[in-house]
Design a protein around this ligand. Structure first.
Ligand code: ATP
Length: 611
């Protein structure tokens, strides 16, 4: 389960419930005597002696409400535990069973769910009789179907995931798959349901006691106190107030715990696509050509603890140019590109001497969101998660037009259809009426490009747009990007771990390693094999597409030994030194190479100086 991100409603509600539990523990010791003492004044009004008045036998209502806290909480906890344990076992059992039993079990759970829990509990209570034990069993069993359905449904959705399939293929027994892989992944939603169920169980148990089929005299819980208060509701309303307030406050606090947990466990809360933290402008060091569309100078992306994930990155993108950012996983390509699009994950800060798109200062605190949304289009890696599965394509495609340009109705549809045609989607009018899942992966990615194109951006940031697609579809999508660049002059910042892809699509390539730029070169040089940095050489040797066209070399593909260092463990010298075939004795270990003449390598520098 993910780590819980504590939030104010969650902490407040848990503190409140903690105090009520404490009250439940101590109240019987402190107020038991007063709660059972007969004062002689039956149904007395609220007074300084009896703050909530007295009941029909003259007993203090406030003291009885406080003492009833323990039994009420014990019963609520027990019934919630029964509901959760029975439900989870039922849901998990259904999932572990064979297909037929599973189908039957799921239908049975559906039937039980459609039957209101309180009615189910009343039926069970009628069979079991009255009293606390019967109530707890009835309400506990009545609440079990909700847990069963959540467990079974969540387990079914997690069961489709690759790691579960792999565990099953490896012959791991179903119950082990359940305990090791499934339950930990559904624990979050179950925890949320648990707190909501606690509130429901409290109300249901109080309801049974209120109806007279729950706790019986001489025992009393909040529900039975409410029942006795009802008799004098018109003459002495204070008598009903104590238990009513207790039930409401406890139920609401439990509900807040559920709400707080849902927010605390929501993965999107931590990785919200929000604007980057305000970059701090330092003295400019890198000079991009004056007419550059995008200028990135001295960019650093920093964690709150000061770790630099991306460090001193500078490059530019000219109007109408396709620039590729290439490097292994973790080299900092996405963070660099997302800094340009101002879509850094929450918690990361971008600092740069200059970060601009033409005259738009991407470093300025209040960059106009309308200009950002219309001038930069973003295409993400996974086309299956780029669109909302519950909405038709038409509404989603024209969203930016509607929100930022006020274009609506037939005009928005017409422009969306035009954009779909531009990305070579056949029958665009029909596609507009379809849902995302009805399109193939390649179509979805082209539709994503169409959506990014709609507001007429000057730059498209495409973050590994073809990684999730198969090879033939990859080529189609890359072709579409090239075509848009050619026809409309839209600049593209293309992120890829595949040097073959950037070599065939881009005009210029920026090679990144361990958060820094190690080489910048033209596509022509790359294709001809005129690369200088040993890391770029290694990437090229590992790429079948470019190595064969560039050098004619037919030797087996090379792999790059070792792994890039983690951001916090980057050495003070060259980060590639440990894997470098041409590493120099001292300097590479001690001094970080600077980007000079488009390459950051001590060995290359020495060679140049020797010539
Ligand atoms: N939100 C984050 N919090 C902490 N570290 C992060 C975060 N996002 C990325 N990183 C780390 O920053 C480094 C660079 O990440 P980035 O996603 O830019 O790499 P990348 O080159 O795009 O790799 P990939 O191709 O795998 O996406 C990696 O070491 C990554 O683990």
């Amino acid at each position: 389960m993910r780590r819980i991100r504590w939030n104010t409603p969650l902490v407040t509600a848990l503190t409140g419930l903690g105090l009520i539990t404490l009250l439940g523990i101590v109240a019987p010791f402190l107020a038991e005597e007063e709660a059972t003492a007969l004062s002689g004044a039956a149904r007395a009004h609220a007074s300084s002696e009896h703050w909530l008045g007295t009941d029909a036998l003259g007993r203090d209502v406030l003291a009885r409400t406080l003492v009833a806290t323990r039994l009420t909480l014990e019963m609520t906890l027990a019934a919630t535990a029964i509901a959760a344990v029975t439900g989870i076992l039922l849901g998990a059992g259904v999932w572990v069973s064979g297909r037929r039993v599973r189908e039957l079990g799921l239908r049975l759970i559906d039937v039980m769910i459609s039957y209101p829990a309180l009615i189910l509990a009343l039926v069970i209570a009628t069979v079991l009789g009255t009293g606390p034990t019967a109530s707890v069993l009835a309400i506990g069993l009545g609440g079990a179907p909700a847990f069963a359905r959540l467990t079974a449904n969540m387990a079914a959705s997690v069961a489709q995931r690759d790691f579960v399939t792999q565990a099953r293929l490896m012959g791991v027994p179903p119950y082990r798959v359940l305990v090791r892989h499934l339950l930990p992944n559904v624990a979050g939603p179950l925890l949320v349901l648990l707190s909501v169920a606690f509130a429901n169980v409290l109300v249901a148990l109080s309801g049974l006691s209120f109806l007279g089929v729950g706790v019986q005299t001489p025992d009393y819980d909040w529900g039975s106190l409410l029942n006795s208060g009802l008799a004098s509701l018109h003459t002495n309303p204070a008598e009903a107030i104590g238990p009513a307030v207790a039930i409401t406050v406890t139920g609401v606090l439990a509900g807040f715990v559920g709400d707080g947990l849902a927010a605390a466990l929501d993965p999107r809360a931590g990785r919200a696509k929000v604007a980057a933290a305000r970059p701090v402008v330092t003295a400019p060091s890198h000079r991009a050509p004056g007419e550059a569309l995008v200028t990135v100078d001295g960019l650093a992306v920093v964690l709150p603890d000061g770790t630099r994930l991306v460090d001193d990155v500078s490059f530019h993108v000219m109007p109408g140019e396709i620039v590729g950012l290439v490097g292994e996983s973790g080299s900092g390509k996405s963070l660099t590109a997302m800094s340009v699009a101002r879509l850094l994950p929450e918690g990361l800060a971008a600092h740069a001497a200059e970060l601009t798109l033409d005259d738009l200062d991407l470093a300025a605190p209040g960059t106009d969101p309308k200009r950002l949304a219309t001038e930069i289009g973003v295409v993400f890696q996974d086309p299956s998660s780029s669109f909302n599965p519950a909405l038709r394509m038409s509404g989603q495609l024209s969203e930016t037009l509607r929100v930022h340009q006020g274009v609506r109705g037939a005009e928005a549809d017409r422009r969306a259809i035009e954009a779909l045609e531009r990305v070579r989607i056949k029958e665009p009018a029909r596609v507009m009426k379809q849902y995302p899942h009805e399109l193939s992966g390649g179509m979805r990615q082209r539709a994503m490009i169409a959506s990014a194109l709609l507001p007429g951006p000057r730059l498209i940031v495409a973050d590994e747009p073809t990684t999730a697609l198969d090879v033939t579809v990859q080529a189609e999508v890359l072709d579409v990007l090239k075509d848009i660049n050619r026809r409309r002059g839209t600049s593209v910042l293309l992120i890829s771990h595949d040097i073959g892809v950037v070599g065939t699509v881009c005009h210029r390539i920026v090679v990144m390693y361990a958060g820094r730029v190690v080489e910048e070169l033209s596509a022509a040089d790359l294709r001809a094999g005129r690369v200088r940095h040993p890391y770029t050489r290694a990437l090229l040797a590992a790429s079948p597409r470019l190595r064969d066209t560039g050098t004619g070399d037919r030797a087996p593909l090379a792999t790059i030994p070792g792994r890039p260092p983690a951001p916090a463990a980057r050495p003070s010298g060259c980060a590639f030194a440990a894997r470098c075939p041409v590493v120099l004795d001292t300097i590479c270990a001690t001094e970080r190479p600077r980007l000079i003449d488009d390459v950051a390598c001590h060995a290359v520098r020495q060679e140049v100086q020797a010539e």
